[in-house]
Ligand binder design. Structure first.
Ligand SMILES: NCC(=O)CCC(=O)O
Length: 334
């Protein structure tokens, strides 16, 4: 940033550029639009079903047919991409997570349905085993250990099944070492040169994921915690090392997660690497804001817009947010 030269008061009066809407519009440094947003959708079994998620008031699990209709609405409103997360039926969870590479699992089926109905919207899928494991971890568990290299073999199979289903962006969210290189190599070797990888590069072991685990049906399952693979919230330099590794292994875009408590990390990542940088405003952030708004303690439209502009100000190119649809609906009426 250039050094600012400021005249002494009264020659300098910062309020001059805030005195009326037109000059505030003209002086505004950042903006957020629907084109900056990725909308996460939870997918469940069944047909014609929308099921509320109690810990995320206003967010529903959708059956595949409903998800395709919702994606069409999102595209009409200018949202460029949806991210799909499965609420896998309990009987399909296993130790070895085979459901993750089932070509007909919920997210692969939903991807095909959405791409058939709305080919112009991007579809992003998470590459990680937690929605498919009986223990709720993102990798293969042997004894007490999440085994890194064995997990990579499973992630490769999962990623290829997703690319085959038509996913445009793969989001490895597991935080195993070496997974971006393995997935990129597999995509190149299997004729998917255009599949984009947005790595969850700096994903923290956070308390703010609680409602998500409820949404995907994994809250009761998790044994222990994820601290041996997700990052320590106390660390910032380590995030830069993680991002450097993922970019050098072939990630096209990188993500910081959660969002609002980690805006410093977003800023540092963007400044250091200049790569396309995204933040995930996670379920706990959604629940916190939605809960306060539902209680009348915050003005919902203003609080949501302010939370989203903060990501742009911090240097992000875009945001994954459960508020995407309501923000887009609001923008469309203005
Ligand atoms: N891999 C996707 C997530 O873990 C989402 C977390 C959240 O929304 O809390």
């Amino acid at each position: 940033m250039p050094e600012s030269v400021v005249a002494p008061f009264p020659f300098s009066r910062p309020r001059r550029t805030r005195q009326a809407p037109w000059i505030r519009d003209l002086a505004r440094e950042n903006s957020v639009g629907t084109g900056d947003l990725i909308w996460p959708i939870f997918i469940r079994e069944g047909a014609d079903v929308e099921e509320p998620i109690s810990s995320m008031p206003g967010v529903n699990r959708l059956s595949v047919d409903r998800a395709a209709i919702a994606a069409e609405r999102a595209a009409d409103l200018g949202i460029p991409c949806v991210a799909l997360f499965p609420n896998t039926p309990r009987e399909r969870l296993s130790e070895d997570c085979e459901e993750a590479w089932n070509p007909d699992n919920l997210v692969n089926t939903a991807t095909r349905a959405i791409k058939r109905m709305v080919p112009e919207i991007g579809v992003m899928l998470d590459v990680a085993l937690d929605p498919y494991s009986i223990h709720g971890h993102d990798g293969i568990l042997r004894g007490d250990e999440i085994v890194n290299d064995e997990t990579l073999v499973a992630l490769e199979k999962q990623a290829l099944a997703q690319a085959e289903a038509g996913a445009d962006i793969l989001g490895p969210s597991d935080m195993m070492d070496g997974r971006i290189g393995v997935i990129r190599q597999a995509l190149e070797s299997n004729d998917f040169p255009n599949t984009i990888i947005m790595s969850y590069a700096a994903k923290y072991a956070s308390a703010f994921y609680g409602p998500f685990r409820d949404a995907v049906g994994a809250s009761g399952q998790l044994k222990g915690d994820k601290k041996t693979y997700q990052m320590d919230p106390a660390n910032g330099d380590e995030a830069l090392r993680e991002v450097a590794i993922d970019l050098s292994e072939g990630a096209d875009m990188v993500m910081v997660k959660p969002g609002m408590p980690y805006l410093d990390v977003c800023r540092r990542v963007k400044e250091r690497f200049g790569a396309p940088t995204y933040a995930y405003q996670v379920s706990g952030e959604y629940a916190m804001l939605a809960g306060a708004c539902d209680n009348g303690w915050l003005d919902r439209d203003r609080a949501v817009a302010e939370s989203l502009i903060a990501f742009k100000r911090a240097g992000c190119d875009g945001v994954l947010t459960y508020f995407a649809m309501e923000f887009a609906e609001k923008m469309a009426t203005e």
